[in-house]
Design a binder for this molecule. Structure first.
Ligand SMILES: O=P(O)(O)OC[C@H]1O[C@H](O)[C@H](O)[C@@H](O)[C@@H]1O
Length: 457
């Protein structure tokens, strides 16, 4: 038995299985779901949760700016950012089957690995490269150090005046880091809305500017997000596929599925799992509930790729601890096809494969794996894309952001802070700075105690 959550016509379609929340169980959860939705709406009305406004983004303005920039002879862009300031744009960029005509080849400089950075920069033609520097806080070590390196190299290659037209800064409205530098040097800048957390920001300038430069159809992307928002805000639980999906995530967690495997059966969708991992891990992995009680909740997000991980991870998913909820990403129609030749000579045992398309084979593998998991009593959900198209990607993104917010409500935690990340960052700063490590660690811990709580990172 499968449960389709498509009453509201959402695409991608969300399909649960027999382990999903049944009608009766949902009745028991109904009051909590309604309350969760009410709380999210109330927070939005107070001006919080700005991600809900993202589908209203004025795509045309950014598209016109990007077209103008592309006409200036740039061929490549280097996106310098990390976490929420990179993963979303990279996931959408990698979902493209090919680069559109005139779109900038895009390199994501995320890590501070010296070999990766050196190799990337050595291959650039600075005269044709645009650097898009993205950091909401304006002070992230990995981003600011690589920005400064890029700036130094660009000034050497092009001179300071020319170099400044090769930099774009996307950052918080009034931070003292990147914003101040960008204003000083005259870069083009775009703001990150203060009420949109970094990991929820792909549908702001953070994702949309680099994607527009790459020639991606950002108008269709935000349109798709808008369709998912319409479903998300529907008050009737029975008509709200996204609330039902959140109910499943929560209920299966309560039943012991504290690991969520996002298993894409499409190379194009694999990076979506990277984006999802940050969203899910940072939002829902929390020590304390809203009353300040120690709860240590969270679901570990795991990324997997079909069919490759059938030959690597499936054994564990099938027979290991029953603690995983596998979320399949399925594509009905692929952008390109390859067919197994019908030329004679294939061994008899494989002859049934002749003439089959690889898409057909990949999807048969997905169905086989899903059925086997279900028969082993392992919960699954499937997100079925008609095609990997901007509208469906936008809907997918918004839907998971909303599911995250609702699940945070059901868990009674703040899904929009990340106090646990802060201490490690401060300690690293201390190691690189002048203080002795222990002295700095002492200070960082007391800062952290004060700062934990309300931040929207
Ligand atoms: O955009 P930035 O301020 O540079 O932040 C980049 C990342 O930094 C930290 O690691 C936060 O935990 C992430 O949530 C954030 O996305």
């Amino acid at each position: 038995m499968t449960l389709r959550y498509d009453a509201s016509g959402l695409s991608p379609t969300i399909i649960g299985d027999k382990m999903s929340v049944s009608g009766e169980q949902r009745d028991a959860l109904r009051a909590r779901l309604e309350e969760a939705l009410g709380n999210v709406k109330a927070a939005h009305e107070r001006g919080e949760l700005g991600f809900i406004d993202c589908p209203d983004f004025d795509a045309q303005e950014v598209q016109a700016w990007a077209a103008d920039k592309r006409a200036q002879g740039f061929t490549d862009q280097v996106v310098i950012g990390i976490g929420g300031s990179s993963l979303g744009a990279r996931a959408v960029y990698e979902s493209m089957a090919e680069l559109p005509d005139g779109g900038l080849r895009t390199h994501f400089a995320e890590n501070v690995d010296p070999v990766g950075v050196a190799n990337l920069f050595d291959g650039l033609d600075f005269s044709k490269t645009l650097f898009v520097v993205i950091t909401k806080s304006g002070s992230t070590v990995e981003t600011m150090t690589k920005f400064w390196y890029a700036w130094d190299r660009a000034v050497d290659e092009l001179g300071e005046d020319e170099a400044s037209s090769h930099f774009v800064a996307i950052t918080g409205p009034d931070n003292a880091g990147l914003r101040a530098l960008a204003d000083d040097k005259g870069f083009d800048t775009f703001p990150v809305p203060p009420n949109v957390g970094g990991r929820f920001s792909v549908l702001t300038a953070v994702g949309l500017v680099p994607l527009a430069l790459a020639g991606y159809d950002i108008a269709a992307l935000v349109d798709g997000a808008g369709r998912a928002r319409d479903v998300s805000m529907t008050d009737s639980v029975d008509d709200n596929a996204i609330l039902k999906a959140a109910a499943d995530m929560f209920e299966l967690y309560e039943r012991g599925a504290d690991q969520v495997v996002m298993m894409a059966y499409s190379d194009q969708l694999l990076a979506m799992a990277d984006w999802f991992r940050q969203l899910w891990a940072e939002s829902l992995g929390k020590a304390k509930n809203r009353q300040g009680e120690e709860v240590n909740v969270g679901m570990t997000p795991i990324k997997a790729l079909g069919a490759i991980d059938q030959h690597s991870q499936a054994q564990l998913y099938m027979e290991g601890p029953n603690d995983k909820h596998v979320v399949f990403l399925e594509v009905e129609s692929f952008d390109r096809e390859v067919t197994v030749p019908e030329r004679e000579g294939l061994p008899e045992s494989l002859s049934h494969l002749a003439g089959k398309s690889l898409g057909e084979i990949l999807n048969a593998e997905l169905q086989g794996t899903r059925r086997a998991l279900q028969e082993a009593g392992r919960p699954t959900t499937t997100w079925r894309f008609d095609a990997v198209a901007p509208g469906e990607i936008g809907a997918f993104i918004f839907a998971w952001e909303f599911i995250t917010a609702i699940t945070g409500e059901l868990l009674d935690i703040n899904a929009f802070d990340q106090p646990g990340v802060e201490l490690g960052k401060k300690l690293a700063h201390g190691l690189l700075g002048r203080q002795g490590f222990e002295e700095w660690a002492e200070m960082a811990r007391s800062d952290e105690a004060e700062a934990s709580g309300e931040e929207i990172g």
